[in-house]
Design a protein around this ligand. Structure first.
Ligand SMILES: NC(=O)c1ccc[n+]([C@@H]2O[C@H](COP(=O)([O-])OP(=O)(O)OC[C@H]3O[C@@H](n4cnc5c(N)ncnc54)[C@H](OP(=O)(O)O)[C@@H]3O)[C@@H](O)[C@H]2O)c1
Length: 348
């Protein structure tokens, strides 16, 4: 399998290594500016490969030369921000997996761009798919738990992760390090919106979904539920003492924003409510990642995944998805329409 990497930040270090461990070949890598000219071995920590990271502007010409099967895109969190790169990749007949959070199920938060990307993929006969941590831990693991229910009233997910495990893109999406006043303006004004405002923003392709917003839609689709109302609320997380952030390279004073908590509630025609609470913040020394799911119904159930290694799991999921994506029909195909994710030891 010939793979190119788009975006050479923190996650790419794992994705490129996992591809090589499965017998795949990283044949090219592209970035905006930060690692241009470096051999990818400098990121992965392996022997020299001769694959030199190129500028994103040179990707079109490079893809024509390299003819890869698939690209791993680890750049941004919104599908609108991905469109330009996806256009270049599709035009060169390259399939795509992205860990862009919104791409997991973009049909509710940005149907305009989801449709544009679907049409783009169909035009060039490629498959574009969002995967990552959510594919199992917020996706098939939850629906598997639901499959053990006799009846369900509510599906409630609570997930927290440490901003320090990710790059600057993630930290800025969460408003980490902002004063409360800055947070109010830069994060809450766009994340904490009324139902009416949300509809207006969605109709202009300007809505900013929290990381778990797409998860509600994915679960509803996988369980064949029909959403009637979706709301999102947001608030800052803070800490009682100063916290140093290595990602931000600064100390966040006590009381300033360490990150963001968003709550998304989906009501469905079938009467089942889906609630997800997503907490991404700079952790204090005693805090750990948690992924918790509570299913209310007959019977009541609670599943807690303690200390999930979200960065490794994200990248393993994306890489284990590559064969499914290559085999899938063309279009923007979300993973609720694919087989449940399997561990792939080697690419065939
Ligand atoms: N789905 C999941 O489970 C999951 C998990 C982790 C992360 N993510 C998401 O994945 C993305 C990457 O995460 P990360 O931790 O690797 O971030 P990161 O360390 O900030 O790296 C992002 C990389 O993308 C590059 N980039 C940004 N825009 C680009 C563009 N238009 N074309 C080409 N390269 C571009 C950046 O280049 P420059 O440095 O030159 O700007 C940088 O190399 C983030 O949006 C994050 O939220 C998703």
């Amino acid at each position: 399998m010939r793979v190119v990497q788009v975006g050479t930040g923190k996650m790419s270090v794992f994705t490129m290594r996992y591809v090589r461990e499965r017998g795949g070949e990283i044949v090219g890598a592209y970035v905006r500016r930060s690692a241009v000219g470096k051999d990818i071995s400098e990121l992965i920590g392996c022997e020299k490969t001769g694959v030199i990271i190129e500028k994103r502007e040179d990707m079109d010409a490079s893809l024509k030369r390299l003819k890869p099967d698939i690209a791993i895109v680890t750049t941004r969190s919104l599908i609108k921000e991905l469109y330009e790169d996806l256009e270049v990749l599709a035009r060169n007949h390259v399939n795509v997996v992205t860990i862009c959070e919104e791409a997991f199920y973009p049909w509710d938060s940005n149907p305009i761009y989801a449709k544009k990307i679907d049409e783009l993929a169909k035009k060039y006969g490629v498959t574009i798919t969002g995967s990552g941590y959510q594919d199992v831990s917020w996706g098939s693991m939850v629906t598997a738990l639901c499959a053990t229910s006799a009846s369900i009233k509510k599906i409630h997910g609570i997930s927290s992760y440490n901003i320090e495990d990710y790059g600057l893109a993630t930290a800025s999406m969460h408003g980490s390090g902002l004063t409360m006043k800055e947070f109010e303006k830069e994060i809450l004004e766009v994340n904490n919106v009324s139902e009416e405002k949300m509809k207006e923003l969605i109709s202009e392709a300007n809505f900013l979904p929290g990381y778990m917003f797409p998860v509600n839609g994915w679960i509803a689709s996988a369980l064949e539920l029909h959403p009637t109302k979706i709301t999102q609320s947001a608030e800052a997380t803070t800490h009682s003492t100063d916290l140093y952030s290595d990602t931000l390279k600064k100390t966040i004073p006590a009381g300033d924003a360490t990150g963001l908590k968003t709550t998304v509630t989906t009501e469905t025609e079938e009467g089942i409510v889906i609630v997800t609470e997503c907490i991404g913040k700079v952790f204090a020394a005693d805090e750990i990642d948690v992924n918790e799911w509570i299913i209310e119904g007959e019977p009541n159930m609670r599943f807690v995944m303690e200390k999930p290694a979200t960065a490794e799991m994200t990248c393993a999921c994306a890489v284990n998805r590559l064969p499914d994506i290559i085999a899938a029909e063309p279009g923007f195909v979300t993973t609720d329409k694919m087989p449940n994710l399997k561990f792939v030891r080697t690419f065939k």
